[in-house]
Structure formats: structure tokens, C-alpha cells
Design a binder for this molecule. Structure first.
Ligand SMILES: CCCCCCCC/C=C\CC(=O)SCCNC(=O)CCNC(=O)[C@H](O)C(C)(C)COP(=O)(O)OP(=O)(O)OC[C@H]1O[C@@H](n2cnc3c(N)ncnc32)[C@H](O)[C@@H]1OP(=O)(O)O
Length: 341
């Protein structure tokens, strides 16, 4: 009787979700007959967290919670990237009010995901740097597919410091020494290395296998009293959530100050310039030699691909304050950044 009711509810959810997913959403939700919601993140090109995407993620988590779904698996609709973390557009030259709203939304989503009463798992089917790693780490179980993908905390390479609550989470998941080394050196782990330090729990052959392995983990809870599971999870995770709740404003202010620091902005502009130049009118107005220098590095990187050391070029712009601007068609000016492959 109970089982029939649960099955009927999930069939209703499945049709309801199909309706939701026709609304051109960045997250596709499907609930299977076992009552497991699969959230396929599909914000092109790399599932980076913009304010809108975070708000949608927040609504999706509410949907799972409010419909008494027992478990959720987070994965990506893209074949090579799970999530690229924060959307660099939210970080580059941020408006103070918007950035603070953005960060507050991010804190909220994290608390919802980390403190979810339903079971959470991540099927990591591609690259997972920084915020992508944090999203996976906030779940209870992580399966990553094998391949040339990496996962890790690369914030320092961007001139950023990961939020304290992210550091605590990693420190509580892998050992303190590995966490310190990984955070300070921006180390990115292959699936095998990540498994060795327990950053992930299993390696899968492909996305279907990763989802199947997540489901196998979720199935373990058929043998466990739901209230015992939930209360235990809350006892373990509650203190970290409370800590952030009590320090939200300081956390936001600290990150904002960090983000607007000139060094961080220089890295952000370089990251942005992997995208078409015309997409960033703020940069092409006004003449700042350092920005033009980095802009040209990005342009050369686009033209010359793997032959060109874009990061090295950007570092040189910063070091010489834009005094030597590379010209992609002038061999002499770009030769220091060409490699022999
Ligand atoms: C519950 C959620 C909680 C989240 C909490 C977050 C807490 C804060 C923690 C961390 C801070 C951060 O996340 S900082 C952001 C760090 N991210 C990165 O450094 C990733 C940078 N990107 C890459 O390394 C690569 O793009 C990739 C490995 C993700 C994919 O490589 P690939 O070669 O497949 O693709 P491209 O590099 O060519 O990129 C394709 C396309 O995507 C654009 N892109 C990439 N990353 C971002 C980004 N972070 N924001 C916006 N846009 C991004 C890139 O510019 C390309 O665009 P175009 O095709 O238009 O050129």
C-alpha cells in the first residue's frame, strides 16, 4: 500500500518535472521510480555559478526537499566538465551590491546542499575545479569518472582564498596535511589521486556507471532507519552550518575585499579573455596598457592554441605593468611565450 503510494507520487513527480524541464532551465530534474532525483546541470558552456544559476540550484534543492524525494544525484549534462566553479563574470569588476547578493546566495545554496535532509551524491563526469569541487564535496558520496579530468582546489592560482567553510569541509574529508598542501599549491587531482586521499569515494567507467554507483550507495540506506540517518547527518554537519550562519556578513565582506584586490582582478581578466573579446565591452573602453597586454595574450592564445603559453604571457604583463605588449603577428614580441610542444 505504502509502496504503491510512493510509486504513484514518483510518477506524478516525473511528469511534473518533465513540464518544468521544458521551461528552458539550466538544471534538468528527473525523478526515477526509486524516488531518486537526478539533477543534470546544463548551463553552457561549463556550469559555472552565476547568480541566476545559483538561484535555480536553490529552487531545485527546494523541489527535492518539498516533494519528499529520498535522494538526489548531482551530475553534468556536458561530456567534459562537471562544473567550473564561480562564474568569472561575477568576479570581474564586481558591483559591490550585486557581488554581496551573489555571495549571500552562494552561502545559502551551500547550506541547503550541505545540510540537505535527503541523501546526496555527486556523479562527477568531468573537470571539477574550485567551486565545482566544493559542490561535489558537499554531497555525502562522490563518484568520479576515469579519464583526463581533474578535481581540486585551485583558488590560490587565481589569487583567491577559498572560504573558511570550504577549507573546513576539505579538512574534515581528507587529512589535514593533504588539505593544506592541496589548497596552498592549487593542486588538481586525477581521479586516482583523488581516490587515494579520499577526496572522492569511487571511480567509474563512464557517467552511467557513476550514476549506478551513486545509486548503490543510496540503496545502503534501505537498511537504515531514516530518522537515525538524518539525525546523525545533522549532528555531524550542523555545527559547520551554524558557524557560517553566525559569520555570514564577515565571510561576504572578506571575500569581497579579496575579489576586488588588483591581483585577483588581473587573474580574472585573463580568465575572461579565453572568451571572445567583444563579450567584454568594459575592457575595451578606456586604455589601460596592462589590460590591453593581457587582452592580447588571450588573443594570441586563441590564435596559437597549445603553442602559446598564455599564462606566462599574462604574468609578464603583470610583471612589466603592460610596458611590452605582445603582437600575435610579430614573432619577436611573442617568442618568449612560444613553446616547442
Ligand atoms: C553549492 C555550490 C557552492 C559553490 C561554492 C563556491 C565557493 C567558492 C570557491 C571557489 C572559487 C571559484 O570557484 S573561482 C572559479 C575557478 N574556476 C576556474 O578556475 C575554472 C577555469 N576554467 C577552466 O579551468 C576550464 O575552462 C575548464 C577545466 C573548466 C574546462 O576546460 P575546457 O578546455 O573544456 O574549456 P575552456 O577552457 O575552453 O572553456 C570553455 C568556455 O567556458 C568558459 N569558462 C571556463 N571557466 C569559466 C568560469 N569559471 N566562468 C565563466 N566562464 C568560464 C571559457 O571562457 C570558455 O568560453 P568561450 O567558449 O566563450 O571561449
Amino acid at each position: 500500500m505504502l509502496l504503491r503510494r510512493v510509486y504513484k507520487q514518483h510518477r506524478w513527480l516525473a511528469s511534473h518535472v518533465k513540464f518544468l524541464s521544458t521551461q528552458k532551465s539550466s538544471i534538468d530534474i528527473k525523478v526515477d521510480n526509486d524516488g531518486i532525483a537526478i539533477l543534470n546541470l546544463q548551463r553552457p558552456p561549463v556550469n559555472s555559478f552565476s547568480m541566476d544559476f545559483l538561484k535555480e540550484l536553490s529552487k531545485s534543492l527546494d523541489f527535492v526537499e518539498n516533494n519528499k524525494i529520498t535522494a538526489m544525484i548531482l551530475t553534468s549534462a556536458f561530456p567534459r566538465v562537471f562544473s567550473a566553479g564561480l562564474d568569472i563574470n561575477e568576479v570581474y569588476k564586481p558591483d559591490a551590491v550585486r557581488f554581496k547578493e551573489f555571495w549571500t546566495t552562494l552561502q545559502e545554496v551551500w547550506m541547503k546542499l550541505f545540510g540537505a535532509r535527503f541523501i546526496t551524491a555527486a556523479a562527477i563526469n568531468g573537470q571539477s575545479p574550485a567551486g565545482g569541487c566544493l559542490m561535489a564535496m558537499s554531497c555525502e558520496y562522490r563518484v568520479m569518472i576515469k579519464g583526463t579530468f581533474t578535481i581540486g582546489m585551485n583558488e590560490t592560482s587565481l589569487g583567491l582564498i577559498a572560504p573558511t567553510w570550504f577549507m573546513e569541509l576539505v579538512k574534515n574529508t581528507i587529512n589535514v596535511r593533504d588539505a593544506e598542501y592541496a589548497f596552498t599549491t592549487s593542486r588538481m587531482f586525477t581521479p586516482e589521486e583523488a581516490l587515494k586521499v579520499r577526496l572522492i569515494d569511487e571511480i567509474a567507467a563512464d557517467k552511467d556507471d557513476a550514476i549506478a554507483k551513486c545509486k548503490r550507495f543510496i540503496k545502503k540506506f534501505d537498511e537504515i532507519t531514516p530518522s537515525a540517518r538524518i539525525n546523525t547527518k545533522m549532528k555531524l554537519r550542523g555545527p559547520a552550518i551554524k558557524k557560517l550562519q553566525n559569520t555570514r556578513q564577515e565571510d561576504t565582506e572578506e571575500i569581497y575585499q579579496l575579489v576586488i584586490h588588483p591581483d585577483t582582478q588581473k587573474v580574472a581578466i585573463f580568465q575572461l579573455y579565453s572568451s571572445p573579446v567583444s563579450a567584454n565591452p568594459a575592457i575595451i573602453t578606456g586604455y589601460d596598457p596592462m589590460e590591453v597586454c593581457i587582452e592580447n595574450c588571450a588573443q594570441c592564445k586563441k590564435m596559437l592554441g597549445a603553442w602559446f603559453e598564455g599564462q606566462l604571457c599574462a604574468e609578464s604583463c603583470i610583471k612589466y605593468r603592460g610596458k611590452m605588449i605582445p603582437d600575435c603577428e610579430n614573432y619577436a614580441s611573442i617568442s618568449p611565450f612560444l613553446n616547442k610542444l
